[in-house]
Design a protein around this ligand. Sequence first.
Ligand code: 13P
Ligand code: SF4
Length: 309
Amino acid sequence: MLAIASIAEEIRDLKKQRRAILLAHHYQDSEIQEVADEVGDSLELARKAQSFDGDVIAFCGVWFMAETAKVLNPTRMVVVPDREASCSLVECCSADQLRAYRERYPDHVVVSYINTSVEVKALSDILCTSRNAVQVVNSIPPDKTVLFLPDLNLGNYVKRETGRENMRIWQGACIVHATFPGRRVARARAEHPEALVAAHPECPAEVLSMADFIGSTSAIIHWCVSHAGSEFIIVTESGVYHSLHRLAPEKTFHFIRNEQCNCSECPYMRRNTLEKLRDCLLTLAPRVELSPEIIEQAAVPLRRMLAVR
Ligand code: 13P
Ligand code: SF4
């Protein structure tokens, strides 16, 4: 406990010296969320990174989020605690695959989830996050065929919500959300009949069909905190418990666990630690370095997304 407190103190000092901001996703360890200047979902953190006017952005999330921060605010230095903090969605859609698709179907509008590499972003027409995916797809003229990538569960959810027929969906998946078993959600509902279910749209359709609310990480937190109910079944990464408990300590939250790890933690997100955060502020590495060309290309679909309300 003492060690954590002293590393947190070092981080606060380094933050001042570096004129840094610490941005943390909801799936980070509690100790990291405690020292962060901002904790949010991927859309909120992208907006925060864009408007930062200090020197260093220390991004505690996964690599694609740090790349996004660099694209949106290229004159700032962006560092991360662990370079290996990737995402299974990024890994299931390469730029070469998308290039080949675009050559074959040049008239399709490519809507990419923000959980993609910067190279895939640069080849996309518009981006989206779990928070604005429905609005983004609705912003595309109805006569155009959409390719939604890479998350099949989010894509199918958006297709159901928008009622759009001409929508193709990549077959990628999040290793955390796609493996939440429907039977565990059903069992939790039977055990806690008063509880309401909140789920992230990366979950399978069977899970989403049992949900009272579907939304991004921040949207789930906001919904549970502001709802009159006092008991909730949560189907997303367990890092959101930190904000749920802080904002609504009187409420009860039951987390669904995956069968393989019997947990609901993202192994990529959890690579980051307080020690690695301190070290990246000290050494200013690992650092996101992108060419001006890729920044320019990826900024176009990102800005289009940010313009959609
Ligand atoms: P949010 O956009 O809800 O923050 O989700 C990001 C993510 O990686 C979900 O698994
Ligand atoms: Fe990627 Fe899933 Fe982890 Fe989110 S929870 S960062 S989508 S692997």
